[in-house]
Write a protein that binds this ligand. Sequence first.
Ligand SMILES: *Cc1c(COP(=O)(O)O)cnc(C)c1O
Length: 372
Amino acid sequence: MKRVYNFSPGPSMLPLPVLERAAAEMTDTNGTGQSVMEMSHRSADFKPIIEKTEGLLRSLMGIPSNYRVLFLQGGASLQFSMVPLNLAGSAAGQARKKAAYIDTGVWAKKAAEEGAKFVDAELRASSADRSYTYIPEAPAPKPDDAFYHITPNNTIVGTRWAALPETGTVPLVADISSCILSEELDVSRFGILYAGAQKNLGPAGTTVVIIREDLIGKAPPQTPAMLRYDIHAKELSMYNTPPCYGIYIIGLVLEWIQEKGGAKALEELNREKAALLYAYLEQSRLFRSPVEKPFRSMMNIPFVGVEPDPELDKRFVREAAEAGLVNLAGHRLVGGMRASIYNAMPKAGVEALVKFMEQFEKKFEKGFGKGK
Ligand SMILES: *Cc1c(COP(=O)(O)O)cnc(C)c1O
């Protein structure tokens, strides 16, 4: 069997034991004689699967009982619309409400741009002035803000909020697509948390929404049914057919996380993994991290040439792939390289990457043999 270390930002690696179990159960799950893909979502066979997945997510994230968990579709991107629509959408003839957004990169900005279709989306702080390489000071909310939106881990630029803003009674809303369950998180600090599953949680196609109960039921009457939290909550994520197979795989991933020791244990491991790569970058003469130190992500680690050289970057990405270290090209907006090292990336994968980088740097210093 060939398995590579896949540093893709998403969809990304899944734990091998999860894939092996899914393969073993593919044609007959839990003695039902069916694949989960073939099950009616309303059947007694599927019910324990979605209940198990929700139960595990609740216990692993410590989700309080006054929060609901929804398994939806449309990716994190649809939440860019659902959040403002449900929390602050205005009925016909009503004045628009306003909401605070902090611009920390591409996804954060997209959330605000989409939000602006439904509310007065005010960018209260931005790190665009230094190419998003830091997290700006977060100002206090205004008392009439409908919500306050942040992106705790910025997948493309590789920054992370080291501390959460204090928003008092204004609901804090966070897009945790690329950091869910990568570290401990106090859910009670938030009004809504949402995440596309394809980075840290499972396959693409499922979006997890964790929402405080008092925020459900505020959507204006013209809101389409599929975009209403109250309907999805009332119907237990089964207003229509949910992404059944994705929910099942998320359940297997959560079981794997539980076996690993939960969010706290993963946080320690993720810290070690990230430290290995940052330590190498600190002393490298060839590569460096473009991100300011206090704001460096544990999940997405971009690196660029000390002397920018797109040809050298291409060579690095190509030779790394030949060595079984794939998907290391940086985002087109940032350039250079990026290693996404989510929960499922083993420490051995990061060690292999660092070793490859050391060897590449040595070869570079010798001019790659006669080539240069
Ligand atoms: C990947 C990503 C998105 C987009 O997710 P989709 O599920 O593709 O819509 C949004 N926000 C963040 C932080 C991401 O990393």
